[in-house]
Design a protein around this ligand. Structure first.
Ligand code: GTP
Length: 246
């Protein structure tokens, strides 16, 4: 069913890209894809979609294979990155399955052609899918080695003219130190792109943050772990850190 963005009740954004790390799909397991966790995220996305927000997704691949780790163990870097990109396609297909299990329409578009299992990335087609209320899952990062899925997410957010990039993480924002090890760590409500880059806050890699700065798309860092967290972020409730130009 088409998303009626004009009635996007109380939503701060009309179109967003949600970035989830591959590790998040592991849930409490050590490796790979935990379907109950995928279904939990699918529920979150379905709830958020009810606000009338158009949503696209980028999922990392670190739960299956990390290009950098492959390169560190002696593999040629471009080869290793190709394997990492294929891992993101597996995750995209798992999330597609989870979303469609609960009746949410989706399309997967890949930056590396894999026509038998998903669509190729076609920007204008992706926009039409979103206008029709489908969740578009972008797989295979930028389709190039030497980039990360954060950069892929930033690129797609810019190409889709998203109003925000939402980064779902383990914690509910960006902290002054690691909140798991340092009890004095405090969460920033807001930061500028420049502060993130200058202080090397490692929210996302620098090229992703710079692209968001150049295209003036805010990055919202939040925790996906609480029920309704995505809906809360979209309506300006709950904890998060908003990174923008001011
Ligand atoms: P509309 O034109 O808006 O109806 O979009 P649509 O995506 O439903 O149109 P289409 O008839 O092109 O696609 C029907 C199904 O085929 C969808 O599930 C698409 O994801 C899938 N599909 C389209 N192109 C490709 C492709 O190149 N490869 C694969 N594997 N599936 C594709």
């Amino acid at each position: 069913m088409p998303v009626d963005t004009d009635s996007a009740e109380g939503a701060k954004y009309k179109r967003v890209l949600l970035k989830i790390s591959g590790e998040a799909l592991m849930g409490d397991t050590e490796y790979g894809i935990d379907m109950p966790t995928c279904l939990k995220f699918a529920d979150e996305i379905a709830l958020a979609q009810q606000l009338g927000v158009e949503i696209c997704l980028v999922i990392g691949g670190g739960n299956i294979f990390r290009g950098l780790a492959g390169a560190a163990s002696g593999m040629e870097r471009s080869q290793a990155d190709s394997m990492g990109m294929m891992a993101t396609i597996m995750n995209a297909l798992a999330m597609q399955s989870a979303l469609e299990t609960i009746g949410v329409q989706t399309r997967v578009q890949s930056g590396i052609r894999m026509d038998e299992i998903c669509e190729p990335f076609i920007r204008r087609r992706a926009i039409r899918h979103m206008e029709k209320g489908r969740i578009v899952i972008f797989a295979a990062g930028t389709g190039n080695p030497y980039f990360t899925t954060d950069t892929g997410a930033a690129l797609r957010a810019a190409e889709m003219h998203c109003d925000a990039m939402l980064k779902g993480t383990q914690v509910d924002g960006v902290y002054s130190a690691d909140p798991k090890t340092d009890p004095t760590a405090t969460r920033y409500e807001t930061l500028t792109y420049q502060e993130v880059l200058a202080r090397n806050l490692r929210v996302m890699d620098a090229s992703a943050v710079s692209l968001m700065r150049d295209t003036n798309i805010p990055i919202v860092v939040f925790s996906l772990h609480n029920k309704g967290a995505l809906q809360d972020v979209l309506t300006g409730k709950g904890n998060s850190t908003v990174i923008s130009g001011n």
